[in-house]
Design a protein around this ligand. Structure first.
Ligand SMILES: *Cc1c(COP(=O)(O)O)cnc(C)c1O
Length: 394
């Protein structure tokens, strides 16, 4: 049976998969089963931040696997402690880490920290968590409820109580009450349509929450790991959150999720845990990814790549005002708002046919999440293909 039929027969149909089967990759290049080449402007939804088949990451995890893969969190795990050090030092915050396996799981951890904080801080039990409209926080029952998109709240109830949705950052203040323990936001909404928040508004919110003793939790599952130019979008926005969650780009393709927090005493032994979280394999991968990206930031390569990508994106935008109305995003998390949803679907489909992979976000945004290690040649090739792909669309 071919892979398409095998998939259809044995895998639950939760994904509307594109009809392509990739078999190998190198940095921002992909090859499908027919031998056709593609430029990858998606990096597996922001995961392959250091490119496909990264030699350093592969060497590091291969060596690790030849020694030890997993022991459980009942014992010390050297690369986990080292990964935590790298993450905390890169953040510039005084924090500690908890390791899980995905973005949703990281957010679950953040929510547990907020709920326990709300239980032990003060006389009144605080449990409400405010999130934003158009946010995305994951697919577990709790994180789906934390997600501020009505369409995602079908079928799976009853949900955990206590999630409140603000229309935007400015609307948060009016929703705060004695029962609010935390506010959770993305600084650039990813799935919601590559929508950056206003820096001054975010800074004012951070100040307000601090004065009220309400936690600021930043979901950096998509923005973290140097995607927005610095290690964290929180660094770009110059705020100090109480809790930060990470996943996607920090494992180079190996599943990992992290909760970082300055609340080092809220969770105690037995309050939270994970069988796989931060095992030798995933945390070794994260150590290597962090080293590569930190070097690229320090040497200026990341800034150069980001500038070049955005310059080429701007050129593409300027010559396609018939299809797109606005360029959005920060760093290597970029988007073009399309005139309508049909155009967007056509662009994504034509792009694939012409050998460049791009993403949709929200209803009407063409999203670009290229590997942070993408080369100028790969960027040029990708936009050349995208120009051809869009040349026939009116
Ligand atoms: C992708 C994403 C998640 C969910 O991550 P999973 O690893 O799929 O559970 C949560 N929050 C944001 C902002 C994301 O982009």
């Amino acid at each position: 049976m071919n892979i398409k039929d095998l998939d259809k027969k044995y895998v639950l149909p939760t994904y509307a998969r594109g009809d392509v089967e990739f078999v190998s990759g190198k940095n921002a290049r992909l090859k499908d089963a027919d031998g056709k080449d593609y430029i990858d402007f998606t990096s597996g939804i922001g995961v392959i931040s250091v490119g496909h088949a990264n030699e350093r990451v592969n060497a590091a995890i291969t060596k690790q696997l030849s020694e030890i893969t997993h022991t459980s969190n009942l014992y010390h795990i050297a690369p986990q402690a080292q990964a935590a050090q790298k993450l905390v030092e890169a953040s510039g915050y005084d924090m500690q880490c908890f390791f899980g396996n995905s973005g949703a799981e990281a957010n679950e951890g953040a929510i547990k920290i907020a709920r326990k904080f709300g239980e032990i801080d003060g006389e009144i039990k605080k449990y409400k968590i405010i999130t934003l409209q158009h946010s995305f926080h994951g697919r577990t029952i709790t994180t789906v409820k934390a997600t501020g998109q009505e369409a995602m709240h079908n079928y799976f109830g009853p949900f955990p109580d206590g999630f409140v949705y603000a229309d935007n950052i400015l609307h948060v203040e009016s929703l705060l009450d004695d029962h609010t323990c935390a506010v959770m936001i993305e600084l650039v909404q990813g799935e919601g349509g590559v929508q950056p928040q206003d820096k001054a508004e975010v800074q004012a919110l951070a100040k307000l929450l601090k004065s009220k003793g309400v936690l600021l939790m930043v979901d950096e599952v998509q923005t973290g790991g140097y995607r927005t130019g610095k290690f964290l979008a929180s660094n770009v926005y110059e705020i100090t959150p109480d809790v930060i969650t990470l996943a996607k780009g920090i494992g180079g393709g190996v599943p990992i999720g992290v909760v970082m927090t300055s609340l080092k005493d809220v969770l105690s032994a037995g309050d939270h845990g994970s069988t796989f979280g931060g095992n030798f394999l995933s945390s070794r991968a994260t150590c290597e990814v962090m080293d590569i990206l930190a070097e690229n930031e320090k040497s200026g390569v990341l800034a150069e790549t980001t500038e070049y990508f955005n310059q080429e994106l701007e050129k593409f935008f300027a010559s396609h005002r018939n299809l797109f109305t606005q360029r959005v995003g920060i760093g290597m998390m970029c988007g073009l708002r399309s005139k309508n949803a049909e155009t967007l679907t056509t662009v994504v489909g034509n792009a694939k046919e012409n050998g460049v992979m791009v993403l949709k976000a929200g209803r009407n945004t063409l999203r670009f999440l290229p590997p942070l290690t993408i080369t100028k040649e790969e960027i040029d090739e990708g936009f050349k293909a995208l120009n051809i792909a869009t040349s026939t669309i009116k």
